[in-house]
Design a protein around this ligand. Structure first.
Ligand code: S3P
Length: 434
């Protein structure tokens, strides 16, 4: 059994906020300085497509808090229409956020462009981005199965729309918002189930709460955005892996510093606390419009199994579900999830990916279209088990955490995939192991 203790000051900067800071920088008039930008492959893909579309992006290192080097990105742009026609296809690699959110910007530029990705991204659903952009007047073509390549015929004459999100997706919400910034009039996005709200906060958009718990987001068209600096706090979705390590480990205690605690991102802490997990928040404060603080986690061997079925909760823990399910299986032998069909559209089909690997580790599981159940652990493997990562960073890290904490021997089919969001994942776990 692993014993983990210590302080984490080098968690990766938040992936979602890093993408948005770069894209909003490219849409702003002036010089945008971003401190603590993520080195993760996904965020580097966003910088790559911006450069390929004519935006000046510089990246270097400065000394940040705790005396350690952090990335500083500087973006220079003339504002909403400063992009130029790319010479070739724009490669988004594994990053759905890059492809979807940048499509919203390209739809408003008066040229043609084409977005492609790696084999995982080329399988992910893109109809959800084509529909609102076509309603606004852009030409969007997808493959016959509704996936990339995404071919865009942009126009300077985008129309404002009123759009109700058919799935709770912060990426779709953001791409409509980015397109709407260029439209000739006010756009309204109706969000029946709330998703992460970084775009609204960073652009200072007006939001109206609905009595059913949803929200309306109001985007004024054709307003110059003045460049402003951004600071990126640590990624709560990365913190979740270390929280799980602390909970599963023996006599463990980990403190994770300066994490983004935006309420739309930390539902996993409420879910875990509800099952008895020993997690405390310290030093809460607001920086750059985002609530930030430290997470203190201590081993909780008697945690109850997790049962997740509420649609609002599912939307709030969508990226944390692989780790939550594997944690629940290891700590209690049980887990249950419903209303989570979206999980099949991520970097991998995460329902299938978790089930396949849990079964290899001796768990009895049942999958259904919108979720799965872990019933019990039938047996413990005697030798090393190969975990299939399916090009998915969160699958790799979820099983790596469970194996390290329980002392079981696994081999990841692709350990490099963790670099998509958490390049120093193994380094941090090694530094915590006592
Ligand atoms: C993200 C939104 C979510 C999430 C993804 C990042 C974002 O995707 O799963 O990792 O930064 O907006 P969806 O918008 O598809 O729900």
């Amino acid at each position: 059994m692993g014993f983990f203790t210590g302080e984490v000051t080098a968690l990766p900067p938040d992936k979602s906020i890093s993408h948005r800071a770069a894209l909003i920088g490219a849409l702003s008039a002036g010089v945008t300085e971003i401190t603590n930008f993520s080195a993760g492959f996904d965020n580097q893909s966003t910088l790559g497509v911006l450069r390929a579309a004519g935006i000046a992006v510089d990246q270097g290192e400065i000394i940040g808090s705790y005396g350690r080097p952090v990335r500083k990105v500087v973006i220079r742009s003339g504002g909403l229409w400063s992009f130029t026609a790319p010479e070739k296809q724009l490669m988004c690699d594994n990053s759905g956020s890059t492809m979807r959110m940048f499509a919203g910007i390209l739809a408003a530029q008066p040229f043609e462009s084409e977005l492609v990705g790696d084999s995982s991204l080329m399988k992910r659903p893109m109809k959800r981005i084509a529909e609102p952009l076509r309603m606004m007047g852009a030409g969007i073509e997808l493959s016959p199965s509704g996936t990339a390549p995404v071919r865009i015929r942009g126009t300077r004459d985008l129309k404002p729309i009123e759009y109700s999100l058919p799935v709770p997706s912060a990426q779709v919400k953001s791409l409509v918002a980015f397109a709407a910034l260029h439209a000739d009039g006010e756009t309204r996005i109706i969000e029946p189930i709330r998703s992460r709200d970084h775009t609204e906060l960073m652009l200072g958009l007006e939001t109206i709460d609905r009595p059913d718990g949803g929200r309306v987001i109001v985007i004024p068209g054709r307003k110059t955005i003045a460049a402003k600096p951004f600071y990126i706090p640590a990624d709560p979705s990365a913190a979740c892996f270390l929280v799980a390590l602390g909970l599963l480990g023996t006599n463990s205690e980990i403190i994770i510093r300066d994490v983004c605690l935006n309420p739309t991102r930390v539902e996993f802490i409420s879910v875990l606390s509800g099952a008895g997990a020993d997690i405390t928040i310290e030093n809460g404060r607001i920086i750059g419009g985002e609530y930030i603080g430290d997470i203190l986690v201590r081993s909780t061997p008697d945690m109850k199994p997790l049962v997740i079925s509420d649609k609002v909760v599912v939307a709030g823990v969508i990226d944390e579900l692989p780790m939550l399910s594997v944690l629940s299986a290891f700590v209690s032998g049980e887990f249950e999830l419903h209303n989570a069909e979206e999980l099949r559209t991520k970097e991998s089909d995460r329902i299938d990916a978790v089930v396949v690997n849990l079964e290899r580790l001796g768990f009895e599981c049942e999958q259904y279209p919108d979720g799965f159940r872990v019933i019990r652990r039938r047996s413990r493997p005697t030798g090393t088990v190969t975990v299939e990562c399916f090009d998915d960073h969160r699958i790799a890290m979820s099983f790596a955490v469970a194996a390290r904490a329980s002392g079981e021997s696994i081999e990841l089919s692709d350990s490099a995939v963790v670099g998509v969001s958490f390049p120093n994942f193994f380094e941090i776990i090694d530094s915590l192991e006592a």
